[in-house]
Design a protein around this ligand. Structure first.
Ligand code: ASP
Length: 361
């Protein structure tokens, strides 16, 4: 937001307008993340206002509300808050949105509660195969990895692909060789074992078997059993947007399956002209509806505001039969967090710089 002012009275008036707008947004359904307002005098007669903003998600695959214990809820909330803190600290110090989104996603990748990095779900073969991507809204550069099995922080490798290779996407052994060649440590698959994700795989296999044999036994497969993802979107003080997304994919997926997360324009997109978007949900549907780019395109070509564009793009997923959600931030720091599942682990920084973390509707 630029405020061109010529005298003290005008500065005051402009500031009042800004404050009124910020509090109106805070009271409405639309959320604006404009906590740190920097006024940098361009010269003695001009004043410039810039915003910073951050939103994160820990996936639309939440635990059923009835199964959520206070202790578990505390753990999820603490994980989301740690991710917000990691990203926001960077933005407050004047760092880039790319660094902030990568830092926030790394925290969630290291947290076994979320389906990415350490807490990744299992394929039907009992392996962990992870996807991740990152995009810079300023340059439209992007990096992505698919089906990596030994990378502790796939988001860091996606960033490396963006910055150190001529490509956008690398997968499987090629991606891991590239990681190694660039000094990244590879970890054993054991690192990604969590009992909860293993049990979810066994449950899904048993359900599949019962279905195939026509046995009457029914299994309750929850969103948490099926999928999850982590992501972050940010706006930095220079007006640059970035988005980062990382996932273990869907439980019981076929080995080699790659979802929307590393597909630029489907699971992740950022463009300084419009917004930055990170998605979570049934990847096949998000790919077919090119959701992340759709949000940007609806803003750019149809003149929609962020909230409407985000909801419209997500409705297309629902209309095809898919479930999930997304987080998005626009160039003014406005934030949208729509989802059509029971819940979505999510958080953002509000207008006062306070961390807001939510799970259910
Ligand atoms: N979108 C992810 C995938 O399909 C999963 C999720 O976000 O729940 O791989």
């Amino acid at each position: 937001m630029k405020l061109a002012t010529g005298c003290v009275a005008n500065c005051f008036f402009a500031l009042m307008l800004f404050n009124a707008a910020a509090s109106a947004l805070a009271q409405g359904t639309a959320r604006s993340a404009t906590p740190a307002v920097e006024r940098t005098p361009d010269n003695n007669t001009n004043m410039e206002t810039r915003n910073i903003g951050l939103a994160i998600h820990g996936g639309a695959g939440t635990i059923e509300r009835s199964k959520m214990t206070p202790e578990k809820e505390r753990e999820y909330r603490a994980g989301l808050e740690r991710a917000l803190a990691a990203g926001y600290e960077i933005l407050k110090r004047g760092g880039s949105s790319l660094d902030a989104t990568e830092a926030a996603v790394r925290v969630l990748e290291d947290d076994p509660h979320f389906n990415a990095g350490r807490g990744s779900v299992f394929t039907s073969a009992g392996t962990n195969e992870m996807d991740a991507s990152i995009m810079d809204g300023k340059t439209l550069k992007a990096g992505a990895v698919g089906s990596v099995q030994h990378i502790k922080n796939p988001i860091a490798l996606a960033r490396l692909v963006m910055e150190k290779s001529p490509h956008v996407m690398l997968d499987c052994a090629g991606a891991e060789a590239f990681a190694k060649a660039n000094g990244m440590e590879l970890v054993d698959q054991k690192y990604f074992f969590t009992q909860e994700r293993w049990d979810a795989l066994q449950k899904m296999k048993a359900a599949e078997k019962a279905r195939a044999s026509g046995a009457g036994k029914s299994f309750i497969i929850t969103d948490q059993d099926r999928h999850g993802t982590v992501g972050a979107v940010a706006l930095d003080k220079d007006g640059n947007l970035a988005a980062a997304t990382s996932t273990g994919g869907t439980t019981n997926k076929l080995p080699g399956r790659i979802g929307d997360t590393p597909v630029i324009g489907a699971g992740t997109y950022a463009n300084n002209q419009t917004c930055a978007v990170s998605c979570t949900g049934d990847g096949e549907y998000f790919i077919r509806t090119a959701v992340a780019h759709e949000v940007s395109a609806l803003m750019q070509y149809r003149g929609m505001k962020l909230q409407e564009a985000a909801q419209t793009a997500l409705n297309a997923v629902k209309n095809l039969g898919g479930e999930g959600g997304l987080i998005a931030i626009d160039k003014n720091g406005e934030i949208a967090l729509p989802f059509n599942t029971n819940g979505m682990y999510r958080g953002y920084v509000d207008t006062n710089g306070k961390f807001v973390v939510e799970i259910y509707k």
